[in-house]
Design a protein around this ligand. Sequence first.
Ligand code: TRP
Length: 364
Amino acid sequence: MGKIILTGDRPTGKLHLGHYVGSLRRRVQLQEEGDYDHMYVFMADVQALTDNASNPEKIRQNIIEVALDYLSAGLNPEKCTLYIQSCIPELAELTTYLMNIVSVSRVQRNPTVKTEVKMRGFESGSVPLGFFCYPVSQAADIAAFKATTVPAGEDQEPMIEITRELVSRFNQTYAPVLVEPTIMLPENATARRLPGTDGKEKMSKSLGNCIYLSDDADTVWTKVKSMYTDPTHLNVSDPGHVEGNAVFTYLDAFANDQDFADFWPDFANLDELKAAYTAGGIGDMKCKKMLNKVINRMLDPIRARRHEYEQDIPEIFNILKKGSEQARQVAANTMDEVRAAMRINYFDDAQLIKEQADKYKSKK
Ligand code: TRP
């Protein structure tokens, strides 16, 4: 059994640097390393609708935003299949069957669902049933493609756990056709959670502290200039703190030695800059200018690709359509096996036909 990579995002907004370090950059690396049999990346619009039922327009608008982010970040439709969840109705079918082999209380225990219910104010009985069931639907997303490897953040661990349980229960109850996936977590702490430009725990649209992949250079500089640093670092000569200092967290995530050689040759690498900053004598503005250059160097090729793709939006819809058709075929094949395993493939079941024929023949 080969390696099948699968991952996706809810198309509820454009992607930011947090998404980039947390997963998008990794996906592009995985794609380029080529160490897999197949790679699937999809937009989870069905899942996005579970808590946006009255606002499908938001999802509709963001499909192209996220597709542009994917393609401009370097996902290559020749190397990975890009598709839209709702274009694969087989996923809904598999969800239905999986729902029968999991209990309400098991889904209720899912910590990610718990947090999200709180965040959305869905307590006191107002949780939409579809939202409540989304972990099962997510298990179907993964199982339908027999994915072995799901690159995702820590918050997705409970989803992968429930997927493994469901796959194992399905295989035991019916026949071993589905595959238990494993999660592939981001390599390091910075990649796991990039703080916002305000230094708050997380970069998030609702907190308004994001740098978007689609931000132009002026916007990036405006945001970097106002970034949270070290509130005790009042004069340049004061010793500074890099811990909890968002500028340094970002430099950790994005700057490499080449950036120092090109943009700030006084220091060979980030460790040297950190030492100097901690000792005192390095101004925040200088660090921000460095960070701005680093971010823009990283975003420039992404912007150039985005600019090209933007000139032919209908082609992006084509890419998604083709990807969705390919993906649907794969899911349909799995569903043939699933129905056979459950023995509800009536018309292909010669044994059933014969059995029933014999049963009624003997009656006369
Ligand atoms: N839950 C994921 C998110 O919120 C999106 C998602 C849906 C997903 N199905 C998936 C991720 C399957 C990985 C695999 O971003």
